[in-house]
Write a protein that binds this ligand. Structure first.
Ligand code: SAH
Length: 233
């Protein structure tokens, strides 16, 4: 069985969207990973196929009903034999990072619940032991783009999807550092020359230079990552 994402959304046409292209798209076609998309509205029980209602306690906006969302989750868990982890995208969740992406890539797959309106009724999150994940400290209009971002990040780690696995080992965050800067031809462009060391052919010096660049960038731009790394190593 390949890594499979079961997406629950009110806008199923948004999938696979950008993941139908490029490496992820080819991987999907080849069967290196799989995706199913379910319209949450299919689990509405009334004539009008209602999925949301106004919040108890008052206030703006609508809330997704717990009964409808729970039926969608239960059906996905039933279908996705062995896949139990349910992620709800929410600004209150654990902020997505490469460590989380690696954890999820090691699972057989995930069920991804995309919220709309003001979000889902709190009780369904508790009753179905849903984990909350945030794309960052900003508000999206729905969870779909967060789901696409998560799948993109996971899928490129799967065997077969990214041709060159060495590039995965060297990229940003692999060792808690941001990646060093890249250069390609021409060697001089608009009067700007590529750093000499990269043209030297001296592999050890190149490795040292890149390591120093990574460290400087991380120290200057992402003190939070640098401090965390200092504590770890
Ligand atoms: N009222 C909510 C925001 C609702 S936005 C609040 O203030 O926290 C509507 C939906 O978009 C949410 O249910 C969630 O699924 C998704 N969403 C919004 N921002 C997100 C983020 N930063 N990360 C992941 N999902 C997000």
């Amino acid at each position: 069985m390949v890594w499979t994402a079961h997406v629950l959304s009110l806008f199923p046409e948004m999938f696979p969207g950008p993941l139908g292209q490029s490496l992820a798209g080819k991987g999907l076609q080849r069967g290196d990973w799989a995706m199913t998309v379910t319209d949450i509205r299919d689990f509405a029980t009334d004539r009008h196929r209602t999925v949301d209602d106004s919040p108890f306690g008052g206030g703006a906006g609508m809330v997704m009903r717990p009964d409808v969302v729970a039926s969608a989750i239960d059906a996905a868990r039933h279908k996705a034999d062995g896949i139990t982890k349910v992620i709800y995208f929410s600004p209150r969740g654990r902020v997505m990072d490469q460590a989380l992406v690696r954890e999820l890539a090691a699972e057989p797959g995930v069920i991804l619940l995309c919220g709309r309106f003001e979000g889902v009724d709190q009780r369904v999150l508790e009753a179905r032991e849903v984990e909350e994940v945030s794309l960052g400290d900003f508000i999206l209009s729905g969870g779909e783009i967060a789901a696409l971002a998560l799948m993109d990040a996971v899928v490129r780690l799967l065997p077969g999807v990214t041709g060159n696995s060495a590039s995965l080992e060297e990229e940003s965050f692999a060792d808690g550092l941001l990646e060093y800067p890249h250069y390609t031809r021409p060697p001089v462009w608009e009067g700007r020359a590529v750093p000499d060391v990269l043209l030297s052919g001296h592999h050890e010096k190149i490795r040292d230079w890149r390591q120093r660049q990574s460290e400087e960038l991380t120290k200057n731009r992402r003190r939070d990552l640098w401090d965390r790394r200092e504590r770890k190593f």
